[in-house]
Ligand binder design. Structure first.
Ligand code: TXA
Ligand code: MG
Length: 313
């Protein structure tokens, strides 16, 4: 592997991808572990590096909404509207896959998840690459997603050929996943675009098939009960007062306890959430007591990830 060109790190990433390697890619949500979506051997490496089961489909990242028709067929009016209004941005659309999309990428399904990320480095990479980049979050399977280049290296080390450092991810939680192969559309995972915004955009096109208050766990992650999880225990409580009480009780038992309360500033809390959980592990915290924020805006995604981290997802 040649040394990275300091003046053109994206150019170096391109040469790694074209040679079938893996690149840590900053996005506005979390870092992705990217490979050429048209190269099955390269995509296999993603599953190996993450320890991820082969039937878990990967999102294909593309450089513009116009490229959707290269990867998908029978794109519904709902998908077109969401793509036109939210891309580039933290939204993944499930659409019927085009024949050329490899079953290695889709885990054998006949749908594909597509997203145009908004991070300038990811967009530059995608536009210069021309094709699609299959990329899950760049963490070990089941672990907390990475929001810095350092997190990617800490999780994957030598399994990743090159990491593009785009600084901390500005949103901090993953994309919202909307299944547009059914009508009305379904939100499978709350994320960076609030559920309320999706519902509003789909007014007149069938809306969404999900009450947008807070029906429980996201269904897109292999339906696992524990995901997005740190090593320490995570307990969730409804109020700050409950959190203090619970923390006091656990400390009296001799535990090291952190309290996190994302309710104040949801934007900041989403940005920091995964770093908080990783930091708790570094400091060998036994239990994180987390207050669930209200189910509004980014609160949907934060609630979902905290529940998954607590293994109650
Ligand atoms: O923000 C994000 O979405 C980040 C960045 C890197 O783009 N990516 C991400 O990928 O979170 P991943 O693989 O960690 O989570 C994507 C989820 C998985 O739970 C996967 O099962 C689901 O999306 N998914 C992808 N394609 C799918 C498909 N065709 N059908 C059902 N679920 C799908
Ligand atoms: Mg993930």
């Amino acid at each position: 592997m040649p040394f990275p060109d300091d003046h053109d790190p994206v150019g170096h990433a391109l040469s790694v991808l074209r040679a079938g390697g893996l690149v840590g890619m900053p996005t506005e949500t979390v870092y992705g572990l990217a490979a050429d979506a048209a190269n099955d051997l390269a995509v296999h490496k993603i599953f190996r590096a993450k320890g991820r089961p082969a039937d878990h489909p990967l999102i294909v990242h593309i450089g513009s909404a116009e490229q959707m028709s290269v990867w998908a067929n029978n794109i519904s009016p709902a998908a077109v509207r969401l793509a036109d209004t939210c891309w580039p941005g933290p939204l993944t659309l499930l659409v019927p896959k085009a024949e050329k999309v490899s079953p290695v990428v889709t885990g054998g399904r006949d749908t594909v998840g597509l997203r145009v990320p908004a991070h300038p480095i990811a967009l530059d990479l995608l536009r210069r690459f021309g094709g699609g980049l299959a990329a899950p979050s760049a963490n070990k399977f089941g672990h907390v997603s990475p929001t810095t280049a350092g997190h990617v290296l800490a999780d994957l080390g030598a399994a990743v050929d090159f990491v593009l450092d785009g600084g901390p991810c500005p949103i901090g939680v993953e994309s919202t996943i909307v299944d547009c192969t059914v009508s009305p559309a379904q939100i499978l995972r709350p994320g960076g675009i609030p559920n309320e915004a999706i519902a509003e955009l789909l007014e007149g096109l069938g809306g969404i098939d999900r009450r947008i208050d807070d029906l429980g766990p996201s269904r897109a992650s292999g339906m696992l009960s524990s995901h997005y999880a740190p090593r320490c225990r995570v307990e969730i409580v409804e109020t700050a007062a409950n959190a203090d009480q619970r923390a006091e009780f656990l400390r009296a038992l001799g535990q090291h306890v952190d309290v996190i309360d994302p309710s104040g500033d949801l934007t900041l809390a989403a940005q920091q959430l995964y770093a908080w959980l990783r930091n708790a592990d570094e400091r060998e915290i036994d239990t994180v007591v987390a207050v669930l924020p209200p189910p509004q805006g980014l609160g949907h995604a934060i609630r979902d990830r905290l529940r998954k981290a607590a293994g109650k997802g």
